[in-house]
Design a protein around this ligand. Structure first.
Ligand code: P6P
Length: 347
């Protein structure tokens, strides 16, 4: 079981101290430590902007659209700008990519460059922002290919197993940064009085089994047969083939749903459906599914497309979409089994 810590001033381990100790242990280098601290600082600025709500004059639509074909919220654009500005000057990046930008973004020539690639969804779930529901920032870090100092789109197309770091910040009742550098998944809570993230859960662990699933049920009639059968059996409850009753949650903010699952277990599903099958799915591989998959696997869970381990998908595009099943290991394995059984029956 993960240990939720209630730090006292003497025991409080700040994000900075955690990163210094990881660097001292040789698990990260100075550039990656700087990258994480810069992203965390940007997330604090985003938290302040999000927290102002209607008082900040930044709710509502920006009047622009992104490559996803989605109307951008003012806070989508602002969050993206905060992350771009924060990461421009540090000398730790060879490039950035964002859900909100058509192509990857070079580091300005006036600044030095580094060996890392940063990908992010600056404000995931932003359709919830105007109704005051939790939203979040999701980020993923890759190494730039050898000899690349000015990255192009193709340099980002690496499988999720190549990530050196992944995390999200959820802007909810509290602002929490959940982070992995490949040695467990850990949660930090923003102490607003001091202005620093404090370690509050070391080694988050997802229970192998669950009675809670997260899916947008309004898409049910559009799902493919294996998903139809899988969810029908969940809904059949104790009298059905699963032999137990299930509960359902759907926030429609991936960061909020995944944070719940990291905290108490569950399975998150966004499968192919007739509306998104032609695009490969709804959620994006590089800056949503892959970072979440790393966080979940580092917490003892599993993440799959329904037919393949998420982290082993070889990307073909910066904004590639994939079906997503992630969370409690045994439940994800069960959902995958329904897909394999269906595929085995195909001619
Ligand atoms: P739907 C938010 O737009 C998002 O990208 C994820 O955060 C969330 O899980 C999903 O889409 C919600 O999709 O179709 O339920 O609105």
């Amino acid at each position: 079981m993960s240990a939720v810590l209630t730090p006292t001033p003497s025991s409080a381990i700040s994000l900075t101290r955690y990163l210094i100790e990881e660097q001292r242990a040789g698990r990260i280098n100075a550039d990656l430590r700087l990258l994480i601290e810069v992203v965390a600082r940007a997330c604090k600025s985003i938290s302040i902007a999000v927290g102002k709500g209607a008082l900040g004059g930044v709710l509502g639509d920006a009047g622009t659209g992104n490559i996803q074909g989605e109307a951008q919220k003012k806070l989508d654009v602002l969050s993206n700008e905060i992350l771009l500005e924060a990461n421009a000057w540090g000398g730790h990046l060879a490039g950035l990519a964002s859900e909100e930008m058509d192509t990857s973004h070079p580091i300005p020539d006036v600044y030095p460059r580094g060996n890392y690639l940063l990908l992010f969804d600056p404000l995931d779930g932003s359709s919830n922002i105007d109704v005051n529901i939790s939203v979040g920032t999701i980020f993923s870090v890759l190494r730039a290919p050898d000899g690349v100092s000015r990255a192009e789109d193709k340099d980002f197309l690496q499988a999720g197993t190549e990530q050196v770091c992944a995390g999200y910040t959820t802007y909810g009742p509290s602002t929490m940064l959940v982070l992995t550098i490949g040695h467990g998944t850990h949660a930090f809570t923003l102490d607003r009085e001091v202005g620093s993230f404090v370690l509050t859960t070391r080694d988050m662990r997802i229970p192998d089994d669950t009675k809670e699933f997260a899916v947008n049920m309004s898409n049910q009639r559009h799902w493919q047969p294996p998903m139809q059968r899988y969810v029908a059996d969940l809904l059949a409850g104790q009298e059905g083939p699963r032999g137990k009753d299930f509960n359902m949650r759907w926030v429609a903010s991936m960061v909020a749903d995944v944070h719940r699952i990291l905290t108490r277990g569950g399975i998150f599903s966004y499968p192919l459906d007739a509306k998104c099958a032609d695009k490969g799915g709804k959620l994006r591989l590089m800056y949503e599914a892959n970072p979440m998959a790393m966080l979940v696997e580092q917490a003892g869970g599993a993440a799959s497309t329904g037919r393949q381990r998420m982290l082993e998908v070889q990307p073909t595009g910066l904004h590639q979409r994939v079906p997503v099943f992630l969370g409690s290991k045994h439940e994800v394995e069960t959902a995958v089994r329904y897909h394999h059984e269906f595929d085995a029956e195909q001619p």
